[in-house]
Design a protein. Structure first.
Length: 294
């Protein structure tokens, strides 16, 4: 059980041992996971352009992430370097746990392809996905909190505002031709349950704080029920899309479609702006989400 006290640092943006082999001396340096992600979203995502990745570029990132998760670090680094991505490992000063950051090395503000964070302390068991950082204000803070609160996670973070590209090209939750999507596909191939975090305006569903859905499929129904119950216990009003009509149910979400096709549990969770603007409610939301992950 994750306590709220253990989560105090998880949502404040400024403030195990790796089983895949020894790290380089630089990897021993401490860093703040929350600060790194928050600086990225505020300084890069909020102002980024978006360049549609070619199929070969998408494949390079996905294969590099897959190789890294399989423990082939050197090979992963070479594959990622083909598209100017790199791997950095560090100890998060907020938790004392080690993480890897897989990120664009040279052109994040131009390409907008995003980042991946991997917990190095244990075997990965689940993913948390943030497709609309900045656009869904502070949804990335929920992602940070969940990644810190529960070992065994992979965080997939979009690299541009959803409106940055031509048309909907940067709206990674509804496109299958993005780096975000192919990385999520790689995780589905490893049968990692996915938790995707979004935000909605209070006026969209004024009677609810959270909209909980399993997306297109129903493989995540058991986990969704546990999560909705945990959120209710923390004082949130939850619209349960499997038993009620809710706005923003995520039925057309691309990552949810792929998870459903492969029979992998997927949760599509929307949080109201009032929740996301309140630090205490955010901590309680993270506590509920974390206790229901594998």
């Amino acid at each position: 059980m994750v306590t709220l006290g253990a989560l105090v640092a998880a949502l404040v943006p400024f403030g195990g041992q790796d089983r895949r082999g020894p790290a380089s001396p630089a990897a021993q340096d401490g860093d703040d996971l929350a600060r790194r992600i928050t600086d990225f979203t505020r300084g890069t995502v909020a102002h980024s352009d978006y360049q549609r990745p070619l199929r070969a570029q998408r494949s390079a990132v996905a294969e590099g992430v897959g190789l890294f998760l399989d423990g082939h670090r050197a090979e992963a680094g070479r594959r990622l370097a083909e598209v100017d991505f790199g791997i950095r490992t560090f100890t998060d000063i907020g938790t004392g746990r080690r993480f890897a950051e897989i990120a664009d090395r040279a052109a994040e503000a131009r390409r907008g392809w995003g980042r991946v964070y991997v917990d190095l302390g244990t075997e990965v068991r689940w993913s948390v996905q943030v497709p609309h950082p900045v656009a869904d204000a502070r949804s990335e803070q929920l992602g940070i909190g969940v990644l810190r609160a529960r070992p065994g996670g992979v965080l997939v973070l979009a690299g541009a505002h959803r409106n940055a590209g031509q048309g909907d090209r940067a709206d990674v939750a509804h496109r299958s031709d993005t780096v975000f999507d192919v990385v999520c596909d790689e995780l589905v191939e490893r049968r990692l349950p996915g938790l995707q975090l979004h935000g909605f305006a209070d006026a969209t569903e004024p009677d609810y704080d959270v909209i909980a859905s399993t997306g297109k499929g129903d493989q995540g129904r058991t986990a969704a029920r546990r999560t909705a119950t945990a959120l209710r216990r923390e004082g949130f009003d939850v619209c349960r899309a499997w038993s009620h009509r809710c706005a923003l149910e995520g039925r057309s979400n691309e990552q949810g479609r792929r998870a459903a096709a492969d029979g992998v549990p997927f949760l599509h969770m929307e949080f109201s702006r009032s929740v996301r603007d309140d630090e205490n409610r955010m901590r309680r939301a993270v506590a509920a989400l974390a206790t229901t992950l594998p």
